[in-house]
Design a binder for this molecule. Structure first.
Ligand SMILES: CC(C)=CCC/C(C)=C/CC/C(C)=C/CC/C(C)=C/[C@@H]1[C@@H](COP(=O)(O)OP(=O)(O)O)[C@]1(C)CC/C=C(\C)CC/C=C(\C)CCC=C(C)C
Ligand SMILES: Nc1ncnc2c1ncn2[C@@H]1O[C@H](COP(=O)(O)OP(=O)(O)OP(=O)(O)O)[C@@H](O)[C@H]1O
Ligand SMILES: [Mn+2]
Length: 310
């Protein structure tokens, strides 16, 4: 189980910045094989900052999704938000915070996406159904689009390499929508992969309006019915997620050159989960779509080529 803040908070000696980055690195490597692989392709300063952000996101997610989630209340999240404000004011309270405070200062991170993510986790406290895609989109923006914004600040924007010399004075294009789109694409993928796990916890993230469109009921969902109605519904969801990947990938060329390969890799690797769902004939209730490590490694040179030419 992850280490969450002690309650009540007490003064303690914290680890050094280097030690704290190590803790964040271990957490990322343990919980997110795909993203960790992506970070290994980054420059050392960028990858460290992403580990620190990952550790904070994971710990935030854990408050509503992990083993201790039964005791999480809106007040727990209020305290977590105060804890966040303290980090942005330069005051780490926990060993994991030391690295994030360093990253906030080095990359001049904005607090708003972090606050928005906490708002997303609040939604998980009191919602287990989404009526429309618009409602689900807001949830996805908050828990994952925000990660795109945080990551872009670290990855840095630079499209001068793609700009003709006589256009060099043009203002930089900031690929905000594309960064959010990659978060949304990842989150939609995550929702489709985890359908079975979520159903067992009484949660349905797929919009109910989509279930109705395919004449598939909540009861069918809870019983894990895989038939032609379900397969058509899943094809529709997969197609929607892929549109977000396509939108996101158009933004990668506006990132700093050293960030393009890792982001292409992360996008392609996470997108492959959708291919596996198709190969499993859309049964996400009894099997978990899983991309083997050798397939992930095989993707890296292709991602590299795309980062050079697209
Ligand atoms: C390589 C790279 C840039 C990685 C970013 C890593 C990072 C900081 C990840 C944080 C992830 C996290 C813990 C978020 C908390 C909420 C949550 C759980 C979201 C889901 C992640 C999936 O994680 P996992 O598969 O481990 O989920 P389980 O809990 O195991 O079910 C999400 C699906 C969100 C992930 C979203 C992103 C990584 C955003 C990607 C966008 C960019 C990097 C922007 C790129 C810029 C442009 C212009 C395209
Ligand atoms: N079908 C499977 N076969 C073997 N191991 C699996 C399988 N599914 C999941 N795992 C393991 O369970 C753990 C959690 O699965 P998960 O797919 O979330 O991996 P992860 O490390 O979070 O990577 P990702 O970033 O792709 O989500 C991982 O350590 C993964 O190796
Ligand atoms: Mn995972």
């Amino acid at each position: 189980m992850l280490q969450l803040p002690d309650s009540p908070p007490r003064m303690k000696t914290l680890v050094s910045v280097d030690e704290s980055y190590k803790l964040c690195r271990h957490l990322t490597a343990k919980y997110a094989k795909t993203f960790y692989l992506g970070t290994l392709l980054m420059s050392p300063a960028k990858r460290q900052a992403i580990w620190a952000i990952y550790a904070w996101c994971r710990r935030t997610d854990e408050l509503v999704d992990g083993p201790a989630s039964a005791i999480t209340t809106p007040e727990t999240l209020d305290l977590w938000e105060q804890h966040l404000e303290a980090m942005f004011a330069g005051h780490p309270k926990e060993n994991y915070d030391v690295a994030l405070v360093d990253a906030i200062q080095r990359f001049n991170l904005d607090i708003q996406p972090f606050r928005d993510m906490i708002a997303g986790q609040r939604m998980d406290l009191h919602r287990s159904r989404y009526q429309t895609f618009e409602e689900l989109y807001l949830y996805c923006y908050r828990v994952a689009g925000t990660v795109g914004l945080m990551s872009t600040a670290v990855m840095e924007v630079d499209n001068t390499a793609n700009t003709a010399p006589w256009h060099q004075s043009k203002p930089l294009y900031i690929p905000t929508q594309e960064a959010i789109a990659l978060g949304i694409a990842n989150q939609l993928t995550n929702i489709l992969r985890d359908v079975g796990e979520d159903a067992r916890r009484g949660r349905i993230y797929i919009p109910l309006e989509d279930l109705a469109r395919f004449n598939y009921t909540e009861q069918d969902f809870c019983n894990g019915v895989v038939d032609e109605r379900w397969r058509s519904l899943m094809r529709f969801q997969i197609e929607r997620a892929r549109q977000f990947y396509t939108e996101a990938e158009k933004g990668i060329t506006h990132l700093a050159p050293d960030a393009r390969w890792p982001v292409w890799a992360a996008s392609m690797l996470y997108g492959q989960i959708l291919d596996v769902i198709e190969r499993n004939d859309y049964d996400v209730f009894s099997q978990r779509a899983y991309v083997p490590q050798w397939k992930k490694l095989r993707t890296l040179p292709i991602a590299w080529m795309r980062s050079q030419v697209l």
